[in-house]
Write a protein of this length. Structure first.
Length: 259
């Protein structure tokens, strides 16, 4: 399985890196994990088929994770895509994204390909082709919800990470976390070949200390602040100090990894 990190920056605008987006590619299918990066431009530049991606996972409503969805849909329309696009995420996230596409004049009758909307629930597997995707909830937006849910009852404060099962291997995309312990549902059921994890919202040591308790082979760090860009060696040392024995990779934009 190949993971192409389209954007690795956190929510702050970076002068050199794009926002969140990971394209997972196999021989059978493609899955885009969040769409904060300019995926449409990359796909066009690399002459990827307009049928890429087949699936799109939207973890939550922060724009650094979904701000390029409308641009992607418009590009696929203008490139005459005909294959269905399957979009997955929390129920209310999908409702808001669907409404936004219509507000952007990207009507179902206009774009020429069907969008299949798949609301997911934590712990309930969703199977598509070679993938089995299982959501888990994080508390990334819990603090905001505590302050603003009453004033903004129609806003969705859900955030879901996802486990990806493929050819007998398990992979995890963290989405955004309040604390690494929210990874527990994704890590507790056995070996994880690759953990694609953010490193913005908690101290770096907390991640390595927590994950050291589980059989994780590799951590691919993404969605991290600019001050960590040149600190991969330091992060690897920190991981060893916290007893994490797997590999640690600090990802960079437009870099693909076999995971």
């Amino acid at each position: 399985m190949r993971a192409l990190f389209l954007g690795t920056a956190d929510g702050h605008t970076s002068p050199l890196r794009e926002h969140s987006g990971i394209l997972v590619q196999t021989d059978e299918s493609t899955l885009l994990l969040d769409c904060g990066a300019s995926a449409a431009r990359y796909f066009l530049r690399r002459k990827l088929s307009a049928d890429v991606p087949e699936l799109l996972w939207i973890s939550h409503m922060h724009s650094d994770h979904n701000g390029q969805v409308a641009s992607l849909i418009q590009s696929l329309w203008l490139r005459t895509r005909r294959a269905p696009l399957h979009i997955l995420g929390p129920t209310d996230v999908l409702i808001h994204i669907k409404d936004w596409l219509e507000k952007c004049l990207l009507f179902p009758e206009l774009i020429g390909f069907p969008i299949e909307w798949h609301p997911v629930k934590p712990g309930r597997p969703f199977k598509y082709g070679p993938f089995v995707l299982t959501a888990f909830a994080t508390d990334h937006l819990g603090s905001l919800a505590g302050f603003f849910r009453k004033s903004y009852p129609d806003t969705c404060f859900d955030c879901y990470g996802v486990t990806i099962e493929y050819q007998g291997q398990r992979y995890v995309y963290s989405a955004d976390l309040a604390h690494p312990r929210e990874l527990t549902p994704a890590l507790k059921d056995g070996k994880v070949a690759g953990l694609m994890c953010e490193l913005t919202h908690f101290p770096e040591r907390d991640l390595f200390n927590f994950v050291s308790k589980y059989p994780v082979q590799s951590i691919y760090i993404t969605h991290y602040p600019d001050h960590l860009v040149r600190r991969e060696k330091e992060l690897k040392t920190m991981a060893r100090e916290e007893k994490f024995r797997g590999e640690v990779h600090l990802m960079h934009d437009r870099i693909a990894y076999e995971i």
